[in-house]
Design a protein around this ligand. Structure first.
Ligand code: F6P
Length: 417
């Protein structure tokens, strides 16, 4: 697979911070982003190791640094997770994300030494947050749903978790060594401090961390209304909407009545996308990155014509749709990489956003948003006249699809697979 960073580049990202500072959220986001860009990334979460090996429902006293049995058990699971991460990196793994509090200098020195012996660079990602509202929100939205508190009354769970944080707080030593590579994310991105983060992979990780916002907001994805090319089964081009496509544009505007507060609308620079936004009567931003996959010399053909006129090319696309690049055009992987700056912009936005795009480009975006393997993305169903609503949740996202009138028969404009 083509990669943005050097192929085979390996590293460990080490999360640092007190409980309920959004470390796991950041770890999962970074992991999803790197996987989407084609890197083998995986999160090694020490909390899961602890639950599996030592058991869940451990009271706060287990996390007391003065409790020798607890400290030893925690040390053992932390080591087991790190060993697994480093073993995985010896194989196909590229970026291991080691998700634990790693909140003392001593623990971090041990990790740094293990990575040095293994010859893999590391970057610490420390999440620092003193904003009580953000911490409270994190506890309620993630920790209380954790298996650690399964079946426990909310108030008891809250009290226990606050006690657990207090134990960690007594032993916590923030990163203060400028000789190390680190990123400090302060108050959920209000401030980001970067130190010695060189290299292509680090650059991607830092770019994402600089743009991430914790605000939860809904996103809607939809393709443009049916175009005159869709009617004839032709791909690409810059056609206008068909009469049915126009009807969809009106139905879309009605669907967003009343429009969510602050709704932001992004289109591609192609007519069918801009026209679809036409009845929404709200400002729209056209993005070239959202333009449909460039079909190069095949632009304007039907799939049947392609099959007859260029059988070898057609077969090559059937074999590997993700990597196949149209002559003088693009592959799905090219589309993913051109969407990278748009993803960062999307992460930076806090407003609810409606994206009116195209089949291939939305498949690529959707794969990022829901964390679907990129190998699947060229085959993902993104039908015409369907609004896909995506709302982030604590551990992923919820999705709802709404078909709007009029229905269209897309058989001729859908690539056989
Ligand atoms: O058919 C509509 C369309 O948006 C074309 O412009 C584009 O080439 C195609 O879909 C992408 O889908 P696939 O990769 O399945 O051919």
């Amino acid at each position: 697979m083509q990669r943005r960073g050097a192929k085979g580049e390996k590293m460990v990202l080490v999360m640092v911070g007190l409980p309920a500072r959004g470390k796991s959220f950041l770890a999962r986001k970074v992991c999803r982003y790197l996987r989407w860009l084609g890197h083998e990334a995986r999160v090694f979460n020490v909390g899961s190791y602890r639950r599996e090996r030592v058991g869940q429902n451990k009271p706060a006293s287990f996390f007391d640094p003065e409790n020798p049995a607890g400290a030893q058990a925690r040390q053992e699971v932390a080591t087991a997770a790190l060993d697994d991460a480093l073993r995985w990196l010896r194989g196909d793994g590229e970026v291991a994300i080691y998700d634990a509090t790693n909140s003392t200098r001593e623990r971090r020195a041990l990790i740094a030494e293990s990575c040095r012996r293994e010859g893999v660079p590391l970057l610490f990602i420390e999440s620092i947050c003193d904003d009580p509202a953000i911490i409270e929100n994190n506890i309620r939205e993630t920790k209380l749903l954790s298996p650690d508190y399964f079946g426990m009354p909310t108030d008891d769970a809250l009290a226990d978790f606050r006690q657990r944080i207090a134990h960690y707080q007594r032993a916590y030593q923030p990163i203060d060594d400028d000789a190390q590579s680190f990123v400090k994310v302060i108050d959920a991105g209000r401030q980001v401090v970067v130190n010695r983060a060189d290299g292509a992979l680090n650059a991607r990780v830092v770019a994402l961390l600089l743009n991430l916002r914790l605000t939860r907001r809904t996103l809607w994805l939809t393709r443009h209304g049916e175009s005159l090319y869709n009617v004839r089964g032709r791909i690409g081009g810059d056609p206008d909407l068909s009469p049915r496509g126009e009807e969809f544009a009106r139905a879309l505007a009605a669907h967003f009545q009343p429009s969510p507060r602050g709704l932001t609308i992004w289109t591609s620079t192609l007519q069918r996308s801009i026209q679809t936004a036409g009845h929404l009567a709200l400002p729209t931003t056209p993005w070239r990155q959202l333009d449909e996959i460039d079909a190069g010399t095949c632009d304007g053909l039907t799939y049947d014509e392609m099959r007859r006129q260029m059988p070898e090319l057609f077969a090559a696309r059937q074999r590997d749709k993700l990597r196949f690049r149209y002559p003088q055009g693009e592959s799905y992987l090219d589309v993913i990489h051109r969407l990278d700056p748009l993803i960062l912009e999307l992460e930076r936005q806090t407003a609810p956003t409606l994206i009116i795009g195209h089949q291939a480009v939305l498949r690529a975006l959707y794969a990022y948003l829901v964390g679907e393997p990129v190998e699947h993305c060229p085959h993902q169903a993104i039908p015409l006249h369907t609004v896909i609503e995506i709302t982030p949740s604590a551990y992923g996202c919820d999705e709802r699809r709404t078909m709007l009138a009029p229905r269209v028969d897309e058989r001729r404009s859908i690539a056989p697979s």
